[in-house]
Every structure is written in C-alpha cells, then in structure tokens.
Design a protein around this ligand. Sequence first.
Ligand SMILES: [Zn+2]
Length: 635
Amino acid sequence: MKGIVKTIIFQFAVFSVIACTPIEKQVQVKHDSAPENKVAPISVADEMTYANVNDVRVKHVDLTLTTDFKSKKLSGTAELQLVWLRESTTTIKLDTRDLTISDVRYWHKNAWLPGQFSLQDADPVKGAALVIELPVAADKVMVEYATSPKASGLQWLDKEQTAGKQHPFMYSQSQAIHARSWIPIQDTPAVRVTYSAKITTPSPLTAVMSATSNGKVGTAFEFSMPQPIPAYLIAIAVGELEYQAMSRQTGIWAEPSVLASAVAEFDDTQAMIDATEKLYGPYRWQQYDLLILPPAFPFGGMENPRLSFITPTVIAGDKSLVNLIAHELAHSWSGNLVTNATWNDLWLNEGFTSYVENRIMEEVFGEQRAVMEQWLSVAGLKRDLKALPAADTRLRIELKGRDPDDAFSDVPYVKGHMFLLYLEQAFGRDKFDPFIRYYFDKYAFQSISTDQFVKELNSQLLNKYPGIVSLEMVNQWIDQPGLPESSPNPQSDAFVKVQQYQQAWLNRNLATAALKQVNWTVHEWLYFIEILPANLTMTQMRELDRQLGFTQSTNAEIQFAWFRYAISQDYVAVEPAVKTFLQSVGRKKFIVPLYQLLADSSTREYEWAKGIYAEARATYHPMAQSSIDPIFKQK
Ligand SMILES: [Zn+2]
C-alpha cells in the first residue's frame, strides 16, 4: 500500500551531502569519527511502535544489567537520555513486551526523583506501552526492570545446547520488534540511539555486544556504541567465549572448541571488507567481528553492527557457504547505515544487502560463483512466490495489524536483489555503481522509506538517462505481486554442464559411480538436487544416496535440499537423519519448511513430525516456535 509510507523529514548527518551534489562527487568520510545523532521530526507512520517519537526522542541508552541463568532473566536499569521536541507534553511512551517494571525515576536538579508510570494492556504483537508521566521535561529517565524468562528477543540455552556443554549460553535477537522484550525503548527503525552498557555475568562467562568492548571493569563487561543505530541492532550474548583476531579489522568470538574451524572458514572477511569499500565507500564501524552462536540460533546471521551473529551451520569446512558472511557484512552499508524506516520497507534493507552480498562474492570468489548463487536464490524465491498470498509478493508490503516477522520471506531478499540487478543491467555498472555509492553516502545513518529511494532513483538515473527504465516499470517491481517479466534470468555455464550430466545419468548413459568423480562444488551439487525430476524410482534414489552420500552430508544446505526432495518422494530412508537434523539445528530457514513439508505429506509423517517437534520445541528460539506452532494446529 502506498498510503502508509509517508515522506520523512531528514536529519542531515554531519557527513551527508547536500541535495544538489552531483553523483560523481563522493562524500569524504572520516573512518574513525562517529556521526552526530541529530534529532529531527519523523513523519513516517510506524504502526509497530507505541512511542510518541515526535514529542520526545530517546537519544542515548545506558544499560546496567545482570545476567541470571537460574531465573533466565536480565535485570537492572535502562537510563534513557531524552530530547524533548514538543513543549506541551512531558509524557513518554516506550515499547515493552513482558517486562516487569519495578521503578521509574527522572533526573531533576542533580537528583533521581520518583516518576509516575503505568504499563498499558498488552497487544499480542506490539506488547505493552510503558507510559511515563513527568512533572517536568527531564533530560533523563531511568527504568528499573527485569525481563521475562519467555522474552521473545532472548534465548537462554542449557549447557547441553552449546558446543562445549559445560556452561549455559544466552543471546538476543532484536529484529524485528524484539528489542522491547529486553529493553524499554522506542522500538522503531525510524529512531536511532547510541548506547553504552555494563553487563554482569556469572564467572567464567563473557558478555559481548554490538558495540566496542571496553573490557571488564570490576565485575561488569563494559561497552560503548558511538554510532547511532535503531533499537533492533542492539545485541548481547553471554557464554563461554574466546576471541581470535583474523586481520587488522576482523576477528571471531566463539566457544573454544569452535574457534579454530570458524577462523579457517571465515578468514576471507577482510578481503570482503576491502572489496566492498572499493565498490561502495568506507566501512564506517571500525571493527568487524563475527560471533558464532550455538545451532539453536534461528537465523543464518544477524547483522548486529561491529559483531554479526552467525549460525554454525555455515561452517562447512570448504568456505562453500561464506556468502552468508558477505551478506551480514553488506548490511554495514545497506540496513545498518541506510535503514528501512518501517518494516513495510524491509526490502530496502534485505534486497540491497542481497545485491551487495552477490557483488562481494563476485569480487572475492569470481563471477561464476556469484551467478550460481543468483540462480539458487531465484529457485528459492520461486518456491516462496507459489506459497505466499499475492499481496506478500510485492516488495513494499502492508503489515498493519500483523507481526513484522511475517515480512521475512525470500521476496524482500531475492526479488529485491533481482530488481537491483535489473537496474544494474539496464543502466550498466558505470552508471549504477556510482548511484548506489551516492545513495549510501547521502542517507548514511538515516532511516528512509521506499518513496525516498524511488525519488532518488528517479532524479539520479531515470530522468538523467531517459528511455532506459520507466517509472511505471519501477512501480511494477515495487508494488505489483510476483516477478515482472523484465526480471533477470541468471545463467550459469557450470549449471548447464550439471544438467547435461544429470540427463546422461537419467538416460543411463552415465553410471552413478561416475557422478562421484565429477569434483563439483557445493553449488553444483545443490543445483543437481534442485533439478532432480519428480519421477525418480526408489532404486535410483537409493543408488544416488549410496554413491553420493547426500543423507549424511556434512553440508547443511546439501542436507536440507536433499531432505526436501526425499520427503516429497516418500524416500523414508532419510527419516533418521531428518530427525537428527531437526533435533540439532534451530535455523528457521531449514526447520520451518521441513516441518511444513512433513505436515503436508501423509498422516503418518504428520504425526511423526509432530512427535519430533513436541520433543525439540523447547530447544528452539521463541521466533522459531511461533512459526512452527501453527503448522501443527492446522489439522
Ligand atoms: Zn539480511
């Protein structure tokens, strides 16, 4: 819907360009200085927040929290620095979900004084508004609170769920609107804050955050984040963690037993940063570290600034799945630097990021691999396009009254990627690359809407080079369902070869044992599985599996692709491995489609999968639970 996204009045960060700067003149950005967090009115309507952002703005958050694994709670205080924008009010509305608020104070005449507050009735999606009524427009309020053991943005893992199995683990996942389940805050991507924190952990556990670590001071780990970020990028993890530097700017936090393999897998990260800087300008967050989480993490990765959170399922031993790192790194430009103002505009984050990810892969690993990854992404998108209601296959979607987590299909990612690739191919890289660079520079540290992007695209490319892409075509991509006919059609020579081999094998001109000798990459094998016909016999499947070992593959993507195919073919030999997979991995991308597929198969498989879920449910993240619960409530 066009109506919901209104124009934002922009703050101009210190490094932003003036509106008439020609595209060729790029902005000079200082690497090591943080931009000023200027506060300006917001005219975009974010349905997902209670915050009265145009009355008062939170500018900085200072957290003092204690981690208690026994009660599965964070407790302590959030001190919020405020900027008042409207003189007629001294009321602050903050977003919360399942928080217990014990006290609210405000800073007045050099003292903390008790403030009046009330927690409103909770909405199942948005949580409850914390309304604080102050007698004066104070500079600071302090909220004393504790989280719930069921906080939607935190997962508390038992020691058995970690690699080391000696200590428990806790981590946050704040996107989309889960920051409010562990911090009382203005939880909208339109508002940016800087933050600092003191986190007390039980010995010998270490706390890490999406911030600069200032070491352990007394009993607490201290952090500071000088760049203004939206609430969904505030992140924390606590566990038995060790650090190893990989290069001047990059390093890895992981459980001790995982650290060496993670370093070996991801040691191209600095090359990825260098490649992206060459394309799109400086990396503005100084350090870039990765945190390897236990397998329960519901996502591939989360782009928490300075410290991306990463699933261990991409440590394949052969760097075959490191495009995930390119993706999270790309968010340092698209998403973290230039942010979607509402979750309806998610494609501005994820479509740009998927596009930049693929450009990084091309720079570091070559064009061949980049194109193969495009093809495989589009195959996934086509599956999603079939399964989703038409309205959710538009780039700009309407989330009013819904959970913004619903926006995370392949549509914003891959359709967004294809839209940008379409523009790149239409205008040529000589024009398109400078445009993207200009866009990142101009809107650095700002949150913007789809309309804002279209306005820039129109003035910088469509109007400057008329007759190449029409505004109607742009609007079709953004607001019409499905994939336009103009969508690029990635073609890989390597995949053509795979297809020929498969055909020869199907025609019995090639022995299965000969397939074993081909020395293909993981991408080629994924393609091979993706294009297997539906009429394979059980004998052929057993033969493939025996020779090529798909069921027992150590590569999570291969296993997932094969399991999906095997389940649809009623190849029951795969069941023990599927069960082990579902019981050991919590990544939504894998487990939700597998449960769905099993539930949609026979009654026997439905009951079998329901039984596995009943046992595994407690080990999954609340966000994974809320995606899978409905699958087993349908029948
Ligand atoms: Zn992403």
